[in-house]
Design a binder for this molecule. Structure first.
Ligand SMILES: [Zn+2]
Length: 163
């Protein structure tokens, strides 16, 4: 067992301050710091601030990666495809009008939604204390993964062939 590790299987009371998931999602979607709800999460369009300018909460731990585009595609796809089908069923417009309507709408909606989706995902990571958002966590590794494995056998004493 490593120094400072909890006994394996022990269930300890979580005394850390609460991080409500839903409230954090709302703050993140509003592009605000999930901890205080006042500071801006982004310093540019999609560039996350290293720390909250209001409360100093570190935000650089996030690993949003390609999840925001993925969820943005899902959201915008449901909106645009629904509208395409409704307009087609109701008015049967020519194809050029479909293209003129939906291509710009898809681009604009995606660019509008993407920061909020990214903010919500980062806030979710913060609320779940993922990726270094837990100040008590020593690293982003599975803790004590090898705690149950047998420890290294004692090293054999070095043979001394000197006379
Ligand atoms: Zn803050």
């Amino acid at each position: 067992m490593q120094d400072g590790a909890e006994p394996s299987g022990a269930y300890r009371y979580d005394s850390r301050p609460a991080r409500p998931i839903f409230g954090s999602l709302i703050r993140g979607a509003a592009l605000k710091c999930p901890a205080c709800g006042a500071g801006a999460m982004f310093r540019r369009y999609l560039k996350v601030a290293d720390a909250c300018p209001q409360c100093g909460e570190e935000l650089h731990h996030h690993r949003a990666d390609d999840a925001p585009p993925y969820f943005t595609i899902v959201i915008v796809g449901h909106i645009v495809v629904s509208l395409v089908l409704m307009v087609e069923m109701a008015y049967r417009p020519p194809l050029w009008l479909h293209a003129a309507l939906w291509l710009p709408l898809t681009v604009i909606l995606s660019l509008l939604i993407l920061p909020s989706v990214k903010g919500a995902l980062i806030a979710l990571q913060w609320a779940l204390r993922m990726h270094g958002f837990d100040p008590n966590d020593k690293g982003d590794i599975v803790p004590a993964f090898d705690a149950d494995l047998p420890q290294d056998p004692p090293r054999p004493r070095r043979l001394d062939f000197r006379p």
